[in-house]
Design a protein around this ligand. Structure first.
Ligand SMILES: [Zn+2]
Length: 166
């Protein structure tokens, strides 16, 4: 790989490290010519996946779009870049597990919500209200209650399941 500082052709890899989950590699590199140090991040890319939007239009899957949607929900919330990358790759892995060439934007929304719920509850509520995924006002209220009273979380989750079954 070229050196971003002096554009020399040869850079040496000093260190390769697999991410905690084993789905990405970080490499520390050094330029042989000017000794500039930088790192590269190698991760999987979703290929040939079409997203079917609500209006039926299909478009190629875009990580940028996923990331900007997540960032909007996470505005002013505390999180690290590292955690954010992990969240994105977890969502993408869930998408890939389906082993299908097409996915609806609603299905992506479901996956995002599932993962966001554990990542940041406030972001989850923001995202979910945009996607109008709450089936009714009562369900939404339950979610808010679980945010306000963590001790009641288990009970609320149970009643949420009951509501969904109906
Ligand atoms: Zn250089």
């Amino acid at each position: 790989m070229k050196c971003p500082a002096c554009l020399a052709q040869d850079t040496k890899v000093n260190d390769s490290r697999l991410s905690e989950d084993g789905f990405a590699i970080k490499r520390r590199r050094e330029c042989q010519k000017c000794s500039f140090r930088f790192s590269t991040y190698e991760q999987m890319e979703i290929l040939n996946l079409l997203v079917v939007k609500r209006n039926g239009v299909k478009e190629p899957y875009s990580r940028d779009k996923l990331e900007s949607g997540l960032k909007k929900s996470l505005e002013k919330r505390p999180y690290t870049l590292e955690d954010f990358k992990k969240l994105v790759s977890t969502v993408e892995r869930d998408i890939q597990k389906r082993k299908q060439d097409e996915i609806t934007s609603a299905a992506i929304g479901e996956i995002v919500m599932k993962r966001l719920k554990f990542f940041d509850k406030v972001a989850y509520i923001r995202f979910a209200s945009v996607y109008r995924a709450f089936e009714d006002v009562k369900t939404f209220q339950h979610e808010l209650n679980s945010l306000l009273k963590p001790a009641l979380l288990k009970k609320t989750v149970k009643s949420l399941r009951i509501i969904k079954k109906k």
